[in-house]
Design a protein around this ligand. Structure first.
Ligand SMILES: C[S@@+](CC[C@H](N)C(=O)[O-])C[C@H]1O[C@@H](n2cnc3c(N)ncnc32)[C@H](O)[C@@H]1O
Length: 254
């Protein structure tokens, strides 16, 4: 049994400006059809539910750049990727469009972000995304063991002050939960532009025997992984260093 997360919030606001009528409508009509039902998550049942957008859009219409994904990612065909804290959902939906053979779950507590993601889903017509509006730490315990291939944690709230470090998403218990839900050979992709958070993540992931840091040279963490789509926060450059891209591989302990 993995350690339960502390009840501290790892995120700031859950709602900002007033939602536009179209956003309200998407939250009322599209979100319920894409939302993860309560209880243990049955991934096959979740994605078997016909998506309201199936066949409508340009699913599979990825750019040549996005289609140029690593051999590793293509070995995850049919697999499941989770994006934790997807913000406005641009990255999540771009990856879903680039990998129609994978299934994507996005989790985000910020309602304006969820509404933005729904707009991207509707406009792109991707049918392989399901959403949870809330805390990812409530979702992880509900996922089956070894059920995910890929987890994205991109530019999480940095909580730079030392007294707030306990609010950071990356904590030993959270990493243990990721180790349980990731299949061997799966990967956590973590990016930040806060120097101290990068060092924090490396230290904590390497303390867990289930993870190995894949970097062999500086280029491996200075450059994004193949097929990366820059996120909104990444473009803002609000941190204190250039973005750092860390890949932690779920090793087979057996
Ligand atoms: C700094 S923003 C980055 C958003 C996006 N990944 C990007 O790069 O543009 C961090 C996001 O993580 C979300 N977040 C924080 N704690 C979370 C949690 N426990 N579960 C899910 N999302 C969380 C926040 O609401 C926020 O949208």
């Amino acid at each position: 049994m993995t350690e339960r997360h502390p009840p501290l919030r790892s995120y700031g606001r859950t709602k900002a400006r007033t939602l536009k009528p179209r956003q309200e409508a998407l939250l009322e009509t599209l979100l319920p059809r894409l939302a993860i039902p309560a209880g243990p998550i049955d991934l096959d049942a979740l994605f078997k539910r016909p998506s309201p957008l199936a066949g409508e859009g340009r699913e599979g219409g990825a750019s040549a750049d996005l289609a140029d994904e690593s051999a590793k990612t293509s070995s995850w065909a049919g697999g499941v990727a989770l994006e934790i804290g997807f913000g406005g959902g641009e990255h999540l939906v771009a990856q879903a469009a680039a990998h129609p053979d994978m299934r994507f779950i996005g989790v985000e507590p910020f309602v304006n972000g969820v509404a933005s993601c729904l707009r991207h889903i509707e406009e792109s017509g991707v049918a392989n995304v399901r959403l949870h509006q809330g805390d990812a730490r409530d979702i992880l315990p509900r996922l089956p063991d070894a059920s995910l291939n890929l987890v994205y944690v991109l530019f999480p709230d940095p909580w730079p002050k030392a007294r707030h470090h306990k609010r950071r998403l990356i904590q030993p218990g959270f990493i243990a939960d990721l180790a349980r839900v990731l299949a061997p050979g799966g990967e956590v992709r973590f990016a930040t532009d806060w120097r101290d958070y990068a060092a924090w993540a490396i230290e904590l992931f390497l303390k867990n025997a289930a993870f190995a840091w894949t970097a062999e040279r500086a280029e491996d963490w200075r450059r994004p992984w193949p097929g990366h789509v820059a996120t909104r926060y990444e473009k803002k450059r609000l941190g204190d260093c250039s973005p750092v891209y860390l890949r932690f591989s779920r090793v087979n302990l057996a």
